[in-house]
Unconditional design. Sequence first.
Length: 104
Amino acid sequence: MMKRIIRHKYNAQRTEFDGKKFDSKKEAHFYAKLKLAKESGELLFFLRQVPFDLPGNIKYRADFMCFWEDGTVEVIDVKGYMTEMARTKLAMIKDVYNIDVKIV
């Protein structure tokens, strides 16, 4: 039986790396960079798929939340393509939580 390959609507290829599944190769590559930063001590730790509740029962899930050695905390989203919905949710995150999500 042939395995059916489901393509993402923006041509992102789901990828598995380090025993974890990612929505795209770009996200998996960024994860690998974060692991290196953690091993060097520059990054204390990071979280994946961090959920935020927004008004109107809307959910936003950031790809990473990074806690750096200098005390900086970053919320990061790995995007290959910025949609209007993503722009709207990012604006809501700024309004509700006063967080600027870094797009890579």
